[in-house]
Design a protein around this ligand. Structure first.
Ligand code: 13P
Length: 251
């Protein structure tokens, strides 16, 4: 099955509204002919600016998290309805920085994923091992636990709508990219896990991104791997020229 690649930026906690406007204005003409699907996942405060500027372009807009609850007493959270009202299409769930710094667990990732799917947001679910887990040969077990935890109780129809991002924690923001062989091996393992849960057809159709110091230099080799269907890009998504080189990796 052919899977359309998806290259998504994750701005993290970067970009004021003024900076967002400048970046998107510069980015639009640079990526307009991209073959891959293009998305930018931006801070909540930038979403309306991003949606307005990306309207009529090939750039989709996403958020970086979503509440599991529909509404109510959840200080600091943002609901799916609030995101949808602004025109948000994608949402990152379970990024390792959320797990590491904000107590996100497989259970909370699962709850957020269920809500995103129920509301019609397109989820990008992140998994990945720490350096210690890789060095002690626990990568496969950790990923399996994160995948089964994230997808617990989710139907095959809904699972088919999910993009998974494999982001080894030790490769994020470190300049240390996983080798294409390491990324391919782990992502093939994720696809096998999805096949075990949902069958071969859902697994073959699922888009699985790599993330972690992906940039203009390494994108081609990573994207040449048979199971890698895109990238989730942090640092290299913060400059229009850098991000466009990643997006146009096959130009
Ligand atoms: P970097 O590209 O900065 O390593 O970040 C990757 C990432 O965490 C994307 O979600």
């Amino acid at each position: 099955m052919s899977r359309r690649p998806i290259i998504a930026g994750n701005w993290k906690m970067n970009m004021t509204r003024a900076q967002a406007e400048e970046l998107i204005t510069a980015l639009k003409p640079l990526v307009k002919d991209a073959k891959a699907e293009v998305a930018i996942c931006v801070p909540y405060t930038d979403i309306d600016v991003a949606v307005r500027l990306c309207a009529g372009s090939n750039i989709k807009v996403g958020a970086e998290n979503v509440a599991w609850a529909e509404k109510g007493a959840f200080t600091g959270e943002i609901s799916a309805d609030m995101l949808l009202e602004l025109g948000t299409e994608y949402v990152i769930i379970g990024h390792s920085e959320r797990r590491q710094y904000f107590g996100e667990t497989d259970a909370s990732v699962n709850a957020r994923l269920k809500t995103a799917l129920a509301k019609g947001l397109k989820p990008i679910v992140c998994v990945g091992e720490t350096l210690e887990e890789r060095e002690t040969d626990k990568t496969a077990d950790v990923i399996k636990k994160q995948i089964t935890g994230a997808f617990d109780g989710i139907s095959a129809d809904d699972a088919a709508k999910v993009v998974v991002a494999y982001e080894p924690v030790w490769a994020i923001g470190t300049g240390r990219t996983a080798t294409s062989a390491q990324a391919q091996e782990t992502i093939a393992g994720i696809r096998a896990e999805i096949a075990a849960l949902y069958g071969a057809a859902i697994a073959d159709g699922m888009r699985i991104q790599y993330g972690g110091s992906m940039n203009a230099k390494n994108v081609k080799e990573l994207m040449a791997q048979p199971d890698i269907d895109g990238g989730l890009i942090g640092g290299a998504s913060l400059k229009a020229a850098d991000f466009s080189l990643v997006v146009n990796y096959d130009a």
